[in-house]
Design a protein around this ligand. Structure first.
Ligand code: SF4
Ligand code: SF4
Length: 283
C-alpha cells in the first residue's frame, strides 16, 4: 500500500481574501460536506496519518471546521492548517482544543497583498493573541509565514517585525529567504521567503527537467474529490481521478499517474503544468 507523508485535502476553495499573488481558481465554489470529508478520510487513512486542510480557499471559512477536526480525531489523523489568519479571532476558540490540530501556518504576507477594512495592527494582534492561547494548550505548533521578502516589500513588513519583537521579545535582524523557520519561542516559528509564483497551465513550458515530491511524498484532493499530484495544482489541471468514485489505490495506478511518477524518476516533467512550475524541491 502506497504511504504518503501527507495528503492535502481542500475543505473549501472559497476565500475571504483576494491576494494579488493568488492564482485564484475557476473551479465551482464549494464547501466539502462533513459526510464527504468522512468519506475522504476513510479512503485515505490507509495511505497517510497526516493531512493539510488546504489547497486553495480559507479553511476557517468552513462552517463545520470544528466537526472537520473531530472527524480527523476519529480517524486518528493529524491535521495541519494554512490560513490567512483573518478569521482567527472569530473562529479560534472552535479549533483551539481540537486534539487533531497539530500545526497552524499563518500567511502573514496575505495582508499587504489585499485592500481590507481593518488595520495590519489589528490583524497581527488577533493572530498573536490566539498564539498566546495555544501556549496554554501547549500542543499546537504555530508557523508565521512571511513569503514576501522582496526588498520592495521590506517597508510593508516593518510593522510586522516591530510587533513580533514586542510580542515575542525577539529582535529579528536576519532577513532570510530560505524558508527555514526561526524559533521565536516554544512552538512558534517565523518562516521567510520570496514571493511564490504558482505554476500556470496558461504559461509556456519552461522547466522540462526536474524531480518532484508530487505523488511521491504527497498528493492533493480538491474540494470536489478530484485527486491531483500536489498542492500547487490550483486549477485541478492534472486530474488523476475522483476519490468519491474510485479507490485511491486505483487512481494511483492510473496511466497518467504512473507516467508522472516515471517521468520524475527519469528527471523529466511530463505534464504541461509541471513544466511551468519553478518550485525548488532540493531532492
Ligand atoms: S488567502 Fe490564500 S486562497 Fe485566499 S486569496 Fe490569498 S492566496 Fe488565495
Ligand atoms: S512539478 Fe509542480 S505542478 Fe508538477 S507535481 Fe510537482 S509541484 Fe505539482
Amino acid at each position: 500500500m502506497k504511504k504518503f507523508k501527507k495528503i492535502y485535502v481542500e475543505i473549501t476553495n472559497i476565500c475571504n481574501m483576494n491576494c494579488s499573488f493568488c492564482p485564484k481558481t475557476e473551479r465551482k465554489p464549494k464547501f466539502m460536506s462533513t459526510d464527504e470529508f468522512s468519506t475522504v478520510l476513510e479512503k485515505i487513512k490507509p495511505h497517510t496519518d497526516f493531512i493539510y486542510l488546504h489547497v486553495m480557499g480559507e479553511p476557517l471559512l468552513h462552517p463545520d471546521i470544528g466537526e472537520i477536526l473531530d472527524i480527523c480525531s476519529y480517524y486518528d489523523i493529524e491535521a495541519n492548517m494554512t490560513t490567512n489568519g483573518t478569521l482567527i479571532k472569530e473562529k479560534g476558540d472552535i479549533i483551539l482544543n481540537k486534539k487533531a490540530l497539530r500545526q497552524i501556518n499563518y500567511s502573514l504576507h496575505s495582508f499587504p497583498a489585499n485592500t481590507v477594512n481593518f488595520t495590519n495592527e489589528e490583524y497581527l494582534n488577533n493572530i498573536f493573541d490566539f498564539i498566546k492561547k495555544t501556549d496554554i494548550e501547549g500542543r499546537i505548533i504555530n508557523c508565521l509565514r512571511l513569503w514576501n521578502m522582496e526588498s520592495s516589500l521590506f517597508s510593508e513588513n516593518a510593522l510586522t517585525f516591530k510587533l513580533l519583537k514586542e510580542n515575542f521579545n525577539t529582535d529579528i535582524k536576519i532577513m532570510r529567504t530560505d524558508r527555514n523557520g526561526i524559533k521565536l519561542k516554544d512552538r512558534v516559528f517565523l518562516q521567510q521567503d520570496k514571493v511564490f509564483f504558482w505554476p500556470d497551465i496558461k504559461r509556456e513550458p519552461e522547466f522540462f527537467e526536474g524531480k518532484c515530491f508530487g505523488l511521491k511524498s504527497h498528493i492533493g484532493i480538491l474540494v470536489d474529490g478530484t485527486v491531483v499530484p500536489c498542492c500547487l495544482d490550483s486549477g485541478g489541471n492534472i486530474n488523476l481521478g475522483n476519490i468519491f468514485d474510485e479507490n485511491l489505490s486505483d487512481i494511483l495506478q492510473s496511466e497518467r499517474a504512473l507516467n508522472i511518477v516515471e517521468g520524475f524518476r527519469r528527471n523529466k516533467r511530463v505534464e504541461h503544468l509541471c513544466t511551468t512550475c519553478g518550485w525548488n524541491f532540493n531532492m
